[in-house]
Ligand binder design. Structure first.
Ligand code: SF4
Length: 276
């Protein structure tokens, strides 16, 4: 049976007609790969920008935050698994890009204000077409576009998206490929995309510290040194894990998060702790 290759992310799923990809968000249909989650929202909220987390992008502002379903990673410790690991049978509300922009504009006119739209909660890049189409309209309307992402996308589609995005928070799950092997991803692809995005737009990085997995001070030092080679002004969020989904390890000790943040501060100007 003829298969079609999805060229959106490094997993490169080869999909037969009607077959859903690893991310649960894309399907082989009529010899093309099409998104199943276009305009299908599982979560809508007006959040403080610091909750994304973005510490150095319009601090004190609010942003309309939306999520869909699906993810191209399967981290056993996923803190958002209810939607990231869900498929097309989950409950959603359907919006068009222009409807979402209208909602963002309505919120912007209220006293609390609204910067634009953050694509977050699940992995937004597996809903690439909806993000791209909405981002174009947001940009034309003078609103901001934020992506909170795992950064696991191929270079071509990422380069097309970059001019439409005002700020990223990109996860860096650890400093070894075997950490990414557990999640089903590629460390080199994520590093490449962090560097590419930071060259042209605002980027902050988040590392969720999971006990026994990525809590080595030496590896944090290596990660921070690499980030500093891009820019010492690249902000890093060192975040505390809590047991979720398939992960049963107790929550990370707060002292460990603080210790790793102190290590990173030897190399970077802006290091923040989260969930502590
Ligand atoms: S985006 Fe989804 S369908 Fe496409 S290659 Fe990645 S995991 Fe597979």
């Amino acid at each position: 049976m003829a298969r079609v290759v999805c060229d959106l992310c490094p997993r490169g799923c080869r999909l037969a007609e009607g077959q859903v990809g690893w991310c649960r968000a894309r399907i082989g249909y009529d010899r093309k790969v099409v998104p199943l989650n276009y305009g299908r929202l599982t979560s809508v909220a007006l959040d403080p920008i610091e909750k994304k987390p973005l510490a150095r992008f319009f601090p004190g502002s609010y942003i309309l935050s939306v999520g869909s379903f699906g993810c191209n990673l399967r981290c056993p410790f996923c803190q958002n698994h209810a939607i990231s690991q869900a498929g097309a049978d989950c409950d959603t509300q359907v919006v068009t890009p222009s409807e979402l922009v209208s909602l963002a504009q309505e919120l912007a006119a209220r006293p609390a204000g609204n910067l634009g739209v953050a694509f977050t909660y699940n992995e937004p890049l597996v809903g690439y077409e909806f993000v791209r189409d909405t981002a174009s309209l947001l940009q034309a309307a003078g609103l901001k576009v934020v992506l909170v992402t795992n950064g696991m996308i191929n270079e071509g589609p990422f380069q097309e998206l970059l001019p439409l995005v005002d700020a990223f928070n990109i996860d860096l799950k650890g400093w070894r490929q075997d950490i990414y092997d557990i999640c089903g991803g590629s460390l080199s692809a994520v590093k490449q995309n962090i560097a590419a995005a930071a060259a042209v737009t605002h980027v902050e990085v988040t590392t969720l510290i999971v006990p026994g997995l990525n809590d080595s001070p030496a590896e944090m030092a290596a990660e921070a040194q690499w980030m500093a080679s891009i820019s010492i002004g690249l902000p890093l969020h060192v975040s505390r894990y809590f047991p979720q989904w398939q992960a049963t390890e107790p929550a990370t000790e707060v002292s460990v998060v603080y210790e790793l943040a102190a290590v990173a501060r030897q190399y970077l100007s802006y290091v923040y702790t989260g969930n502590c």
